[in-house]
Design a protein around this ligand. Structure first.
Ligand code: NAD
Length: 315
């Protein structure tokens, strides 16, 4: 049976790659306010009759209820994408995660839609000992408002599933990189070096180290997890078991931009900003055992993403 997918944030970085795959599986409606998403990421679908783009805000419950009607699977990817913004604007993640997720679940309940796929994040774990984190790690105590919004959303999703007979697939992503990236460390470094090719400001001391997953692997993992698990609430960490530090990323960016003698200016301290978790490692055994594995190591994913973004940003 073909899927009737409703994708929030479908015009965004990860969402648009997911939509490219879902278009082969049935029909797709994107619900996006285009705050950080872009029509150009999905314009190759605009003339297809199994595709619709609804430009509206998820905080508008009545619009969400109406647009969601007739779909069978909700892919919820919309969010404030920048974990740093919560420092200045403390109700941003409350609205863009917790309230928005509530609006989606309530619209699902009213429209009798039973399946939700959610893009969560490794930030829910907070700052833990430097060990590979898996789904059963606890207690989960985020240290950023972004992570708190993700954890609150996971809580609401679980509660709606158990109370109203729904089913969920929650994916806790590593750092996702690749084509159409519009934010994150690689994007920041390229943008800064375009402005000043002699010096690069690096937040923290450069030793922050995290797993990076290529966006194509991420999308494959989401579809795979959805097809291969059938609990009421299915939770997966989605990443790779390798990791890359920030100075290595800076070196790859400098190299791929063809620059020489760039001075690295570290702002210092062990992390980029308050709420940043400097050391992250993932254990993805649960989904690996089912048969999905990232096809690139963290360093390979970074290299590929840098090459693609250097080209996209026409450096
Ligand atoms: P993105 O900013 O490209 O995508 C978010 C999309 O949601 C955008 O298209 C934006 O326009 C839309 N949106 C935001 N607020 C909205 C609202 N109120 N109403 C309607 N649309 C709205 O970011 P992304 O990197 O593609 O992230 C997608 C999801 O994955 C997010 O939930 C993000 O938190 C999560 N995630 C991303 C990463 C990563 O490394 N990129 C890591 C962990 C989790």
């Amino acid at each position: 049976m073909s899927m009737k997918a409703f994708v929030t944030g479908g015009a965004g970085f990860i969402g648009s790659h997911l939509v490219d795959r879902l278009m082969q599986k049935g029909s797709v409606t994107i619900f996006d306010n285009l705050s950080s998403g872009r029509v150009e990421f999905v314009e190759h679908h605009l003339d297809k009759n199994n595709f619709e783009l609804v430009q509206a805000d998820l905080l508008d419950l009545s619009k969400v209820k109406k647009a969601m009607k007739g779909h069978d699977t909700i892919f919820h990817l919309a969010a404030n994408p920048d974990a740093r913004l919560g420092i200045r604007n403390t109700d941003l993640d409350l609205k863009q995660e917790t309230l928005v997720t509530y609006n989606i679940l309530e619209s699902m309940r009213i429209n009798k839609i039973k399946k939700i796929v959610f893009s969560s994040s490794g930030t829910i774990y907070g700052e833990t000992p430097v060990i590979p984190l898996s789904e059963d790690y606890g207690p989960v105590l985020p240290i950023s408002l972004y992570g708190a919004g993700k954890l609150a959303s996971e809580g609401l999703i679980s509660a709606f599933c158990h109370t109203f007979n729904m089913q969920a697939w929650i994916f806790r992503f590593a750092n996702i990189v690749g084509e159409r990236g519009t934010h994150g460390v690689i994007f920041d470094f390229i943008s800064k070096l375009k402005k000043n090719p002699h010096e690069l400001e690096i937040l923290g001391d450069g030793t922050q180290e995290k797993p990076y997953l290529h966006v194509k692997d991420c999308v494959k993992g989401i579809i795979f997890g959805l097809q291969k698990s059938n609990e009421r609430v299915n939770v997966f960490t989605l990443g790779c078991d390798s990791s890359t530090d920030v100075t290595t990323i800076a070196n790859v960016v400098v190299e791929e931009m063809g620059l020489k003698n760039v001075r690295f200016k570290y702002t210092g301290g062990d992390r980029g900003w308050p709420g940043d978790v400097p050391q992250v490692r993932f254990n993805c055994e649960k989904i690996n055992k089912l048969g999905w594995k990232a096809s690139y190591t963290s360093n390979e994913a970074v290299r590929l993403a840098v090459k693609a973004l250097v080209k996209e940003l026409e450096v």
